[in-house]
Write a protein that binds this ligand. Structure first.
Ligand code: ZN
Length: 160
């Protein structure tokens, strides 16, 4: 496993449509392992394949907490969404920034897991937000397009 370089806003790869995964290969299995390692290394809660420069429909998500588990979603599609939540959002590809985004409060997502078995994942609050955010990456969209008001700088303690 290896930490891969995270592509940042301005990189063309983040604006492209990703291709579906047809079959699991050792190459893709390695990519998924690396995506988890890269996400944890950067203290993120989600990462999409284009963020490491690969145009495939794969995302990994781990929002932490006792109720949740690490998720690998391949060719994911949101099949239901309802409610609304408005809150701050950030992205590993847009370091040092945050902005207010309104997302559904609850989503249901159908995808393939690492074993290419069909799964259905249901998420509320942070997990619903993470699923919507990561799936947008697969269509070349960044959250900054959805920000209400200004994109803000995140202040860190050592900058004070
Ligand atoms: Zn992102």
């Amino acid at each position: 496993m290896a930490v891969r370089q995270i592509r940042e806003m301005g990189d063309d790869v983040l604006t492209k449509e990703c291709r579906p995964v047809k079959e699991m290969t050792p190459h893709i299995a390695e990519l998924i392992d690396d995506m988890f390692e890269t996400m944890y290394d950067a203290n993120g809660v989600g990462l999409a394949a284009p963020q490491v420069g690969v145009l495939k429909r794969i995302v990994v998500i781990d929002v932490g907490g006792e109720e949740s588990e690490p998720l690998c979603l391949i060719n994911p599609v949101i099949t239901e969404k309802d409610g609304e939540q408005t809150g701050y959002e950030g992205c590993l590809s847009v370091p040092g920034k945050t902005g207010t985004v309104t997302r559904p409060m609850h989503v249901v997502c159908r995808a393939l897991n690492r074993d290419m078995k069909e799964i259905e994942v249901e998420g509320t609050e942070l997990l619903a937000r993470a699923i919507c955010h990561e799936l947008d990456h697969l269509d070349g969209k960044l959250y900054v397009e959805l920000v209400e008001g200004e994109l803000l700088d995140t202040s860190s303690d050592d900058e004070e």
